[in-house]
Design a protein around this ligand. Structure first.
Ligand code: AMP
Length: 190
């Protein structure tokens, strides 16, 4: 399966992505995680993206598109993959379609994790206050990440809805409930 998981910050997307990829035995590809590791290691990529990550702003499209192009060229993706945190803009979604077309592949599923705005704001602010250890988890950055989601990333879901079915998942409940809901929705429709 070749899956994209979409959802606002605070929806639990990262947690669900890890569980789902593991259960489906496909690589979990998180652009945020790849870049956080690069920052921690002080690689040229890390130095280039640190400022964006710290402020909660999006890294320029071309940089992330190149990163995903390289990652999808690796052998382990032949059995499928789950993209988490990419695409984040409509231009990235278009670039992904082109990339997959060149590889003669297509996405099998788009998952949209839905959580009401007020719940998101409460969760993300709590996370910011408790200090998760992530440099982008503080109130200002959290608010800016939500704003970025609404203006730049929500249109990605609209882009996909116009082109193919999107599997909507209710993101309220326990981690396990949401995981089972997602897994069942993806496997039962086959
Ligand atoms: P995440 O772990 O997915 O929440 O991503 C953390 C941060 O990495 C984001 O706030 C952005 O600064 C950056 N980032 C991750 N993925 C992308 C992407 N696809 N496009 C642009 N910036 C990204």
């Amino acid at each position: 399966m070749r899956i994209v998981i979409l959802g606002p910050p605070g929806a639990g997307k990262g947690t669900q992505a890890v569980l789902l990829a593991s259960r489906l035995a496909i690589p979990h590809i998180s652009t945020g995680e790849i870049m956080r590791t690069a920052v921690a290691q002080g690689t040229p990529l890390g130095l280039a993206v640190k400022g964006y990550l710290d402020s909660g702003a999006l890294v320029p499209d071309q940089l992330v598109i190149d990163l995903i192009g390289e990652r999808l060229a690796q052998k382990d993706t032949q059995k499928g993959f789950l993209l988490d945190g990419f695409p984040r803009t409509v231009d990235q979604a278009r670039a992904l379609d082109q990339l997959l077309e060149r590889l003669k592949l297509s996405l099998s599923d788009i998952v949209q994790l839905n959580v009401p705005d007020q719940v998101l704001i409460d969760r993300i602010m709590k996370r910011a206050e408790s200090g998760s250890g992530r440099s982008d988890d503080n109130r200002e950055v959290a608010a800016s990440r939500l704003q970025t989601y609404w203006t730049q990333t929500a249109p990605v879901t609209a882009y996909y809805r116009e082109r193919r079915p999107v599997t909507d998942i209710d993101g309220l409940g326990t981690v396990q409930e949401i995981h089972d809901r997602t897994f069942n929705a993806l496997t039962q429709k086959k």
